[in-house]
Write a protein that binds this ligand. Structure first.
Ligand SMILES: *Cc1c(COP(=O)(O)O)cnc(C)c1O
Length: 423
């Protein structure tokens, strides 16, 4: 009786959601009900470092791969499997619609940086070159330009939003193993054309791995694999978890060879996530569709408000019509996201004063939380970058970045109004 019930529930769960909408898939995918006849409504947390075997034969069957099972949490854990299934269901479905025989795999990491570094290491070995966008998350740039050379891998920086520059770099480095970019990029919101860049790269070398850091957009707004990329990763710390409670990462790829290498890196470098953290991401992910709708609509309202404000010069938000990448964003994204950057006419001091006068916005780095965050790159995240290099990357003294939360937008406007009045 119990077995029948659980078989029926499992079947419902595994077959039915695949054809449903994103909002439904992300809630139902991968959920399982635990054991011992207790059909837990939420997938249990397997907070354990190791797993016991029923017999010597069972142990040997699991270790040899003759039987599916779990051995040790660094090598795999049922709570982590739920997140892998959810990511496959939301990234893989768009891929399947375009190419029905393609399957995707996801692997969960202890941080976004663990995911980013493993993604590149899975593609490149000593003697290889990788092409990277010049505006990446700071630690990703540092890893590529300072750490990788110690292991014989060369990183070449370029502006991937400039297709001419991409073509030129591919011409100069036709054997490059990977091409990595973020879109929208941090913090300038620059957009790279995923379809065009993937096409150019694969024309030169079908084996070249196009890697997209999709942290800002999320799978709800953008599916790079469906647009031609080979590997997509997210810092789950941000929107996927959504509540600022976890540091984590996830990679999804349609390339089985790269997937196998990524698994070895998790196993041998210890990039595996904590079951509890992964469970929190699983819970957060269930409301991703709802949250992104609100992030997007709040951000559009705030961007329009800021654009008209006398103390603001430029607003960078992909949803604004005059934004240089607006048309491209409209083509490759289903919405414009929750991140806005804007320039204060008063420069550095104005930025500092704004930070000190907001009441509702939290003065913090990171992004993608339910609450709104604000930061001033020139005095905070990018303070160590020399001013000329910073300005060349579009990070001016007066640039402010906000991660728009899901509060009521009127309260956010009220807070910015009072804080800008003191600038
Ligand atoms: C935060 C972030 C990362 C790094 O993720 P962690 O979870 O902090 O390791 C990478 N890329 C982008 C775009 C990010 O915002």
């Amino acid at each position: 009786m119990e077995d029948k019930l659980s078989a029926r529930l499992d079947q419902l769960n595994h077959d039915y959601y695949l054809d449903c909408d994103f909002a439904t898939r992300v809630i139902h995918a991968g959920e399982h009900f635990g054991e011992f006849g207790a059909h837990s409504h939420n997938s249990p947390i397997y907070q354990t470092s190791t797993f016991s075997f029923k017999s010597a034969k069972h142990g040997s069957d699991v270790f040899s791969g003759r039987e599916e099972g779990y051995m040790y949490t660094r090598l795999g854990n049922p709570t982590v499997k739920v997140l892998e299934a959810k990511m496959n269901a939301i990234e893989g479905r768009e891929v399947k619609l375009r190419s029905p025989e393609t399957r995707v795999s996801s692997l969960v990491f202890s941080s976004g940086m663990a995911a980013a570094s493993a993604a590149i290491m899975a593609c490149a070995k000593a003697g290889d070159t990788v092409l990277i966008d010049e505006a990446l998350y700071g630690c990703t740039t540092h890893f590529c330009c300072e750490v990788l050379p110690q292991y014989g891998v060369t990183s070449i920086e370029l502006d991937t939003s400039d297709l001419g520059a991409v073509e030129a770099a591919l011409g100069r480095y036709p054997k490059a193993r990977a091409l990595l970019f973020e879109t929208p990029a941090n913090p300038t919101m620059k957009i790279t054309d995923i379809t065009a860049v993937s096409r150019l790269a694969h024309r030169v070398n079908p084996e070249l791995c196009v890697i997209v850091d999709n942290t800002f957009a999320t799978p709800y707004l953008q599916n790079p694999l469906a647009l031609g990329a080979d590997l997509v990763f997210h810092s789950t710390t941000k929107y996927l978890c959504g509540h600022g409670t976890v540091v984590g990462g996830v990679v999804t790829t349609n390339n089985d060879r790269i997937k196998d290498r990524l698994y070895i890196l998790i196993k041998d470098l210890g990039h595996s996530p904590s079951p509890f953290d992964t469970w929190l991401v699983n819970q957060g992910l269930k409301t991703l569709a709802l949250r992104m709708e609100r992030h997007c609509s709040n951000a559009m309202t705030l961007a329009t408000f800021l654009e008209k404000h006398p103390k603001v010069s430029v607003v960078r938000y992909p949803g604004l019509e005059h934004f240089p990448y607006h048309r491209l964003a409209k083509e490759q994204m289903r919405g414009f996201g929750g991140m806005i950057a804007f320039d204060l006419k008063g420069g550095y001091d104005a930025g500092v004063r704004l930070m000190d006068n907001v009441r509702l916005f939290t003065l913090a780095v990171s992004l993608g939380c339910v609450d709104s965050l604000i930061q001033h790159p020139a005095s905070m995240t990018h303070a160590v970058v020399p001013k000329d290099k910073r300005e060349k990357a579009g990070i001016t003294d007066g640039l402010v970045r906000i991660s728009v939360g899901v509060e009521h937008v009127d309260d956010l406007i009220t807070d910015l109004t009072q804080a800008l009045a003191k600038v």
